[in-house]
Design a binder for this molecule. Structure first.
Ligand code: SF4
Ligand code: SF4
Length: 143
């Protein structure tokens, strides 16, 4: 069984790169999301990342939510188990720019809610600071 040692440049004529891959493109999907611009937007992203192994990445200026998960039709040898009836999105995908030799390097990559929070703190304008003369409102207790 071939291993993922083959390089694109050395791929012999007539062979397919996928034969040397562990089906990397079949083990997650990514949904494009709106670019966050407000504290509320960033807080929603932080909420996504509180849910386990999701991540957020930015590529060519576009923001994506990455959802890990093996397609249930990957065969033990990493081939597609429903090749003849695989979804169109799988048919349209090619090895031209696939992640075979992409180490997951994106413009930005956020894996934890803390990373999103720190980034939002860096890019959003600071919240207005309270002046000493501002009235302080306290919660009212109904006893
Ligand atoms: S398209 Fe690329 S990432 Fe997907 S199985 Fe083939 S070589 Fe691997
Ligand atoms: S249907 Fe086949 S090609 Fe598409 S993600 Fe699943 S295993 Fe991969």
């Amino acid at each position: 069984m071939p291993t993922e040692k083959m390089t694109r440049e050395n791929l012999p004529d007539g062979e397919v790169l996928c034969s040397y891959c562990n089906a990397r493109c079949c083990r997650y999907f990514a949904l494009q999301i709106d670019e966050p611009t407000t504290r509320h937007d960033f807080d929603n992203l932080r909420w996504y990342l509180l849910h386990g192994s999701f991540s957020v990445f930015v590529d060519d200026g576009a923001w994506y939510l990455m959802i890990p998960g093996d397609c249930k039709h990957i065969l033990p040898d990493n081939r597609c188990g429903i090749y003849e009836i695989r979804p169109q999105i799988c048919r349209d995908y090619t090895t031209d720019n696939c992640e075979y030799d992409n180490a997951g390097v994106y413009d930005q990559f956020f894996e934890t809610p803390e990373q999103i929070y720190e980034y939002s703190q860096a890019v959003l304008p600071a919240a207005p600071r309270r002046k000493a003369s501002d009235p302080i409102s306290l919660p009212v207790l109904n006893l």
